[in-house]
Ligand binder design. Structure first.
Ligand SMILES: NC(=O)c1ccc[n+]([C@@H]2O[C@H](COP(=O)([O-])OP(=O)(O)OC[C@H]3O[C@@H](n4cnc5c(N)ncnc54)[C@H](O)[C@@H]3O)[C@@H](O)[C@H]2O)c1
Ligand SMILES: [Zn+2]
Ligand SMILES: [Zn+2]
Length: 338
């Protein structure tokens, strides 16, 4: 079968002799139709992904059609459209036992730690499928990046009527904003990029925006009636922003790191202490988070059509990929089609 292999840093190869997936009884074979591209793929290609081994088939934002499956509790059948939960957890570690399969100690993510779905077919456990017959293929592939936002929002305990500051209006931050709005919260978006802020207002229906390059603290206060927001999400992947974020959370508030950075973050303890701040990491997502995204999509508040800004057929992906890396391309989400 055909697929694209990332052979080494900055080298993809389109091949037509990838081995067919060998399906175990608890697995289904999925004919892949859409592969969303995200920062993780860009970092892997550029060699900036720590602990990444080549060659690797990328692709973890996956939608397709069931091609082979045994009778199963979920009632999934051949021909059903599905989305894939790409986080292969062990099921036995302390995190898994506690239901936190998203941060399994032995986590293997498709397309990151093990081969992913940038190929015609893949075998995945039936437990990692979500029925998406009511969605478009693009919506089904976008479930994963949006579920990252749903997980962060759920973790924060954000309530209807609360104000959330979301720093970083990339595909991940936009998902946080959209899911926070779906929860009934007010959203203040912060970014350094004015066109991203316009997209946050327009696409994610952010109630206010703050340019981090222009008096961010004053902007946050002005956007929230003179008070700091009780929940702050940082989805920038920028250490400076993650440090500054401590100063934007209200007393008694929560600060959620959705983005991650290969650096140490330090903070001034008196600021942390006097606020009695809760600092949280947020990693991946669980089935419950995917289901929240399904509900939000059904309610009509998330326009995946405009979230997907770029697309290419599998045959053209390699040539397009380099252009997607350029900031002037203004990619939010690129989608590969098979
Ligand atoms: N929690 C998870 O499991 C998970 C999953 C996928 C990605 N991520 C992480 O989420 C982060 C965001 O991912 P993305 O794909 O949206 O990234 P992105 O780079 O596309 O977007 C980041 C946004 O932050 C803005 N930004 C950068 N520095 C800033 C600053 N100092 N102040 C304000 N805004 C700033 C950028 O202009 C951009 O709009 C990354 O760190 C990524 O690794 C986390
Ligand atoms: Zn992704
Ligand atoms: Zn585990």
């Amino acid at each position: 079968m055909r697929g694209i292999v990332c052979e080494e840093i900055e080298r993809f190869r389109l091949v037509d002799d990838l081995p067919e997936p060998a399906r175990a009884p608890w697995e289904a074979v999925i004919a892949i139709k859409r592969i969303g591209i995200c920062g993780t793929d860009l970092h892997a290609f550029k060699g900036r992904q720590p602990f990444f081994a080549y060659p690797r088939v990328l692709g973890h934002e996956l939608a397709g059609v069931v091609e082979e499956i045994d009778p199963n509790e979920a009632g999934l059948q051949v021909g059903d459209r599905v989305s894939v939960i790409p986080y292969m957890h062990c099921g036995t570690c302390i995190a898994c036992r506690g239901g936190k399969t998203n941060c399994c100690t032995a986590m293997k993510v498709l397309g990151v730690h093990i081969d992913g779905g940038m190929r015609e077919r893949i075998a995945v456990p039936v437990t990692h499928l979500i029925a998406t017959n009511d969605l478009t293929l693009d919506q089904a592939a976008a479930l994963e990046p949006l579920a990252i936002g749903a997980h962060a929002v759920r973790r924060s305990g954000l309530a209807s009527g609360e104000t959330a500051l979301v720093i970083g209006g990339g595909p991940i931050g936009l998902g946080v904003m959209a899911l926070a709005k779906a929860r009934g919260a007010r959203v203040v978006a912060m970014d350094v990029n004015a066109s991203r802020l316009a997209f946050c207002r327009d696409w994610a229906r952010a109630d206010a925006t703050v340019n981090a390059l222009e008096d961010p603290l004053g902007g946050v206060l002005a956007a929230n009636g003179g008070e700091l927001p009780s929940v702050v999400f940082d989805a920038t992947g920028n250490a400076r922003s993650m440090t500054d974020a401590f100063g934007y959370a209200a007393h008694g508030g929560r600060l959620v790191y959705v983005g991650l950075v290969g650096a140490d973050i330090s903070f001034h303890d008196p600021e942390f202490h006097k606020r009695e701040l809760t600092l949280m990491g947020s990693r991946n997502a669980t089935r419950e988070d995917f289901e929240r995204v399904l509900e939000a999509l059904a309610a009509g508040g998330i326009d995946v059509g405009r979230y997907v800004t770029h697309r290419a057929a599998l045959d053209d992906m390699i040539g397009r990929f380099e252009t997607w890396l350029k900031p002037e391309a203004q990619v939010i989400k690129a989608m590969v089609e098979i």
